[in-house]
Write a protein that binds this ligand. Structure first.
Ligand code: AMP
Length: 249
């Protein structure tokens, strides 16, 4: 079984994000970039399925600038067999990315596509769902367990107040939640080996996909700075302030 894993290059989760002075977006100059954490979980799950003998090949795919090769090399070091970069310097919206991933799905014909549930930069949580709709495949989102059985996959989903297990016919789309697994670190020998694994670069035009945007970002703003708190000396003072100053009780 072939698994396609979608990995996104995002601002590292440890970085304190700065908004550009003209509010047009986030300042990416000299900022550490990494693989989206939910995509790391997606790669890990694919590698575990290969280790169990369920998967035979893992293809990592990313849509993004040339530099996204770094995240693909990380996926290769973690256990993917080859990688595909759909190269575009443009800021693409989710639908354009889903269309490009659909074109790669058509080309590669994977049985399972694993994506993160959400990219931590734009928090869209929609690419997997859009890809499922475009490809007509079943979808299991927010997965906390994935079990392939023959031509079907059981996906346990984290939903409000509990877990739901769905049974999908392959080929299918799965998006990963936080508790699906704990991703491994790439070992130095595997990082070296990854440099020799195949990485193909494609352009959106070669895939016949128009990436014209249907969404325009109007403004990006940092949250309002929080004013400093105060310390009160007693519960009575606290109640007095809540009642008479904050007027919340
Ligand atoms: P989003 O819908 O943007 O929150 O992203 C959800 C998931 O879709 C990510 O965790 C990735 O697996 C995938 N994805 C989003 N954007 C890209 C991209 N540019 N390249 C590859 N995969 C992506």
């Amino acid at each position: 079984m072939k698994i396609l894993v979608a990995v996104k290059r995002v601002v590292d989760y440890n970085v304190k994000v700065r908004v550009k002075a003209d509010n047009s977006g986030v300042d990416l100059a000299n900022v550490k970039m990494s693989m989206n954490p939910f995509c790391e979980i997606a790669v890990e799950e694919a590698v575990r399925l290969k280790e169990k003998g369920v998967a035979t090949e893992i293809v990592a795919v990313s849509v993004g600038p040339t530099a996204a090769q770094e995240q693909l090399r990380t996926a290769l070091a973690l256990g993917a067999d080859r990688a595909v970069l759909v190269e575009s310097a443009d800021e693409l919206n989710s639908l354009a990315i889903a269309k490009l991933l659909k074109a790669v799905v058509d080309k590669e014909q994977p049985q399972l596509v694993i994506l993160g549930k959400q990219a931590i930069d734009s928090d869209n949580n929609q690419t997997g769902q859009m890809l499922a709709a475009l490809s007509g495949y079943a979808q299991g989102t927010f997965a906390s367990a994935v079990n392939v059985e023959g031509d079907r996959v059981k996906v346990t989903r984290e939903i409000d107040g509990g877990l739901q297990t769905v049974d999908l016919k392959l080929p299918a789309i799965v998006t990963t939640d936080l508790r699906l697994n704990e991703p491994r670190y790439a070992s130095l020998p595997n990082i070296m080996k990854a440099k020799k694994k195949p990485l193909e670069t494609l352009k959106p035009e070669e895939l016949g996909v128009s990436t014209a945007s249907t969404v325009t970002t109007l403004k990006v703003e940092a949250p309002a700075a929080r004013s400093a708190g105060i310390k009160v000396k007693s519960v009575d003072e606290l109640i007095d302030k809540l009642k008479n100053e904050a007027k919340v009780i």
